[in-house]
Design a protein around this ligand. Structure first.
Ligand code: OGA
Ligand code: MN
Length: 300
């Protein structure tokens, strides 16, 4: 599994910056690059954003170190990528802020609550795949991070697809998986049930199992915990294939483990990556993340 070694942060030579203001350096062969020396809370020029966007498509995940965001500047930075999706999970909104989700295990008086704010996130998934237009990107800002645990795992669905045997590619290329928020919430780790709004606005929806990336045209395995069944297949056979795909995707050779440092801002491409939260001691340590989600397009 690829990990970022804190002592020797870059296993690769740093990419030469064209402008002298910031550098983008890959963190390993699986995915990911660090952006160093950029203040992402400031408005970006078109040229700067183009460099960042190109790196985002190439590396699929970017980590901006040492950022100082306010809620407003995090929203502005997110808007570079497109319109934000509102948060709909019950109990996760603060003071009418619907564009930012504050995911924390801190109580109102700042003590560890002993509860993980989103147990569903511990299952491998890709954000909002239960929508007809799933999330394109998610941004997570580490306001306070635990000293041990609470890492986020990311799996590269493109690499996983490319590594499949040819006959398996031919099998999955024409298939759709039906994604359902009702299904994933009911089979989760005891997280909140789907809201009436979610059920009404987002009935089960088909997405290609070997999804083509709209920008690069490359296919990725696309399923995760919201994938309920395979269109036109029996439930049992569909479940078997979906489980087989997830077992394939989460192999160490496709996975990057992000160890959070305070004030990291990580953005990832949900069209081709899976992710899963890992546990930490919610009774002793605080983990507070600000989260924004960028709406994506249709998947067909
Ligand atoms: C998310 C998510 C994982 C984590 O924000 O969509 O799944 O480690 N987070 O907090
Ligand atoms: Mn998620």
């Amino acid at each position: 599994m690829q990990q970022l070694n804190q002592a020797t942060a870059s296993p690769h030579a740093a990419a030469r910056p064209k402008a002298s203001d910031f550098i983008i350096r890959p963190v390993g062969p699986v995915m990911g690059a660090e952006v160093i020396g950029l203040d992402a809370s400031q408005p970006l020029s078109q040229d700067m954003f183009k460099r960042i966007e190109d790196a985002f498509l190439e590396y699929k995940l970017l980590c901006f170190r040492d950022q100082e965001f306010t809620l407003d500047t995090l929203v502005s930075f997110t808007e570079n990528w497109g319109p934000l999706l509102e948060h709909t999970m019950p109990g996760q909104l603060r003071d009418g802020i619907t564009a930012i989700n504050i995911a924390t295990n801190a109580t109102a008086d700042g003590k560890p609550s002993g509860k993980h704010p989103d147990v569903t996130a511990m299952r491998w998934h890709t954000d909002r795949s239960w929508r007809a237009r799933p999330a394109m990107a998610t941004l997570l800002y580490g306001v306070q991070v635990p000293s041990v645990g609470g890492d986020t795992l990311f799996a590269n669905g493109t690499l996983a697809y490319d590594s499949l045997p040819e006959d398996k590619k031919r099998l999955i290329d024409p298939l759709n998986a039906i994604h359902s928020v009702d299904y994933s919430r009911k089979t989760g780790y005891g997280g909140p049930a789907a809201t009436e709004y979610e059920l009404r606005e987002h009935p089960p929806v088909p997405h290609p199992l070997a999804r083509k990336h709209p920008a690069t045209g490359r296919r990725s395995i696309y399923c995760g915990c919201h994938a309920w069944k395979i269109e036109g297949w029996s439930k049992a056979n569909g479940r078997k294939l979906l489980d087989e795909m997830m077992d394939w995707v989460k192999q160490d050779r496709f996975v990057y483990r992000h160890k959070w440092r305070k004030h990291d801002l990580v953005i990832w491409d949900n069209r081709c990556l899976f992710h899963a939260a890992t546990p930490y001691d919610t009774t002793k340590e605080i983990r507070t993340m600000w989260r924004t989600v960028v709406e994506g397009g249709p998947t067909h």
